[in-house]
Structures are given as structure tokens and as C-alpha cells.
Design a protein around this ligand. Sequence first.
Ligand code: UD1
Length: 438
Amino acid sequence: MLEIWGRSTLKGHVQISGAKNSALAIMAGALLCPEDCRLRNVPSLMDVQRMAQILAALGLKMEQHGDVLDINGRDIQQSQAPYELVSQLRASFFAIGPLLARLGVARVPLPGGCAIGARPVDLHVRGLQAMGADVQIEHGMVHAYVSGSNPRLKGAKIYLDYPSVGATETLMMAATLADGETTIENAAQEPEVTDLANFCQAMGARIRGAGTNTIIIDGVKSLHSVEYSIIPDRIEAGTFLVAGAITHSELSLSPIIPDHLTAAIAKLRAIGAKVILESPTCVRVIGANSHVATDIETLPYPGFPTDMQAQFMALLTLSEGDSVITETVFENRLRHVAELNRMGADIRVKGNIAIVRGVPMLSGAPVVATDLRASAALVLAGLAANGKTTIEGLQHLDRGYDNLVGKLQNVGARLQRLKGDKEAESESASLNTANLGG
Ligand code: UD1
């Protein structure tokens, strides 16, 4: 449980951690590497720990010192990922691509539904089939294998019906060790896809076009050891930009990659906040006394990120006028609306559209976090609200934010975690429940 006393002015500098979604994909990518793999700038998160547990269960050796993670995948002893772990972390399904590429066989449980939508894996599966894998889904398990005495995937031309981040990553990893050339058309262009491609290239993979909608991979026989630093987390940075704006404060953030924040910065400027690029890796936000409404539609990159939708909704509840927010990426990602309304927001939902009518003030209230980015939105609303807000369901926040509470305290926010016996119990229970999401 988190207690927040709102309406403090924030001031100072925030250090941005490594990107969660890059770290998870790159850790799965380490399965491709038969030698030492050293990752730097790894964020300290529950999701990263879970991915590490999955790799350990597959037989990889791992050592962590601060934000450096050493992985050795010389011996993969298992081709089957354990259900209890995969069901807690959707990104762990991405291991299917590298496992199949390396061993010719992979057994990974279907990740199942999650808090923000059904999230099928049909695009991953169809792409692997196009590369010559036989795939059977039985008893909730995806069993993929390549037949023959020399089980190697074959390069293929793959068109994705939707530019899925996970499917692009799975197929790109699988193709690095395939026989021949693979083309992924309508590929996801998210920076984390490019980061994974750069990591694979640093291990000797041959990949062109990452960051565009066509990625071409020339398969190689094997990859080699690597040392690689993960990019800064654009969603964490975006969340702190909103924190500055919603509290009418001034905050600087680094390291960041400004290009990765284009959509978020454009929307902050549209509502009247000042955003200044101080250097190629540092940005400053200065919240205005009052902000105005704007419309937002979530889209694949470089469109506005679905992972920032909830945080911007919190900000728009206090911006003058009507804002229309359209969520197009996930079908059930407006569950924070009811909680924001409990704090005095005026939001109506119709299907995947939320109409936010700006109110002059939010009031602190007890609320419940439903997923990762929804919990960030409630923290932001709590920072701006009158009085005390208590947020239950902090395990969601721990999945994806590296020390959010400490970083906010450092810049003057008044908030603290409370952990009674009951919370500790329910936290460990919910760690055993599938609660994914963004
Ligand atoms: C990744 C991110 C997540 C982000 C999302 C969209 C990670 C670990 N997570 O999730 O934070 O919110 O991208 O930017 O990187 N879909 C299918 N079939 C598939 C795969 C996806 O229909 O086989 C659908 C999904 O249900 C969803 C949409 O495509 O509606 C986007 O999903 P996708 O881009 O795959 O997101 P993830 O990779 O799961």
C-alpha cells in the first residue's frame, strides 16, 4: 500500500533507469548466445527478476551486480519453460523464438489472458510456422519443433497482420540463427525492437531495417559473447514528465533519448507545459499554472504509446476542457477510469474511448491499482490531489518501475509505502496470480 499526500511542488533531477521492455526481450535474446553475455543498465524490477528465474529454470547461469547482469547460456538444459513463471510474465513467451533457433525445439506455456486484454500469440506462432517449425498447442502448452537430423529454422518472408512488438521480437530472434534470409514486413518499429536488434548484431547477427516496418535478417550459424548497455526507459521518463506537469513543477530527467519521447513531448506542449531539451540526453519539464485539454489516440510507435495512456489521462483530468482518449492497441485498458473518478475526475467511457472533462481539483481517496501503468496514473493523480490518497496493489508498480517511490521522494514528493501483515500476505499471493499488462 502506498500513501501519498498531494499538492507538493517537485524540484530536482531524476535518473532514468534502463528500459523494462528492452531488458526483457534482450534477456530472452541471451538464450541465443552460447558464450558470456554481459548486460549493463538493467533496471531493478520484479519483471526482470521473473525473467531471470525463467532463464535459470532453463539452465542458464546468472550473476547480478547492481545494474550489471552476467548471463552464460553455454548449456541450455531444458527446452520447456515452467508454467508458474510464464503465467506471471507475458514477455517470457518471447523465449520461444531463441529456444527454437538454438535447440530446434521449444515448449512454452500459453501466457493466457491478462489485466489489459486477451493478448493472443497467433502472430508469433504463424511466423515460426512460416520458418518451417511444426507447432502444436495442447493442454495450454505451445510445442514447437523443427524436424530433421539438422533441426534448423529456414528463412522466410513473413507479413504481420499487426505490427506486434512481441511477435517482431520473437521472429527476429528466431531468424538470427535460421538458414537463409528472413523478411518481416509490417514489423513493429518500437525503440525496444531496435535495441534488441542492436544487441543481436553485437553478438554477430546480421539484421537490417530494425526501426522501420521491414526488417531483414540473414541467418548465421552461431553467435558470440557480448557486452551491451540497455537504452533508457522512455515510459519511465514519460511518467516523470507527466509528474512535473501535473504538479506544476520543474523537473529535469536524464539519461533519455529525445526521439523516443516525441509523441509524449508533443502532447505535453499541446496542453501548455514547457518541455526543454537541455542536451542530447537531458530534458526539463516545467508545468504551467493551468493546462488545456487535448485528444490522444494510442498507436504503434511512432504513434502515442499505449503504455503512456493512463498517465496522460490522469493529467487531462485536471486540464481545462474536454479531452477524447482513444485506446486502439489493447481492448481492456481503461480500468483506471473508475479509480480516477473516485478521486473526483469526470471521465465517461464508451467502448475504447474515454471522454475526460477537466475538473479544477482532484481529492485524495483510497484507490486500487489494476495494472502496471494504471498504478502509475493513480500515483500521478495522488501527487496532484488535495489530501491523502492510498493506493492498493503496489505489486503492479514494482513490476515495471525501478524505485518510483524513492525517486519521487528525492524530488520532494510526500509519499510512503506501508506494508502491514495483510498486505505482505496478499502481495505474495498475488505474485502467484497472472496479472500482466504493459
Ligand atoms: C509490448 C510491451 C507492452 C506494450 C505493447 C504495445 C513488452 C514486454 N511489452 O507488449 O508494454 O504495451 O508492446 O506497445 O515489450 N496481438 C495479437 N496477436 C499476437 C500478438 C499481439 O493479436 O500474436 C495483439 C495484442 O493482443 C494487442 C496488440 O496486438 O492487442 C499489440 O500487442 P503487442 O504489440 O504484441 O504487445 P506485446 O508485445 O505483448
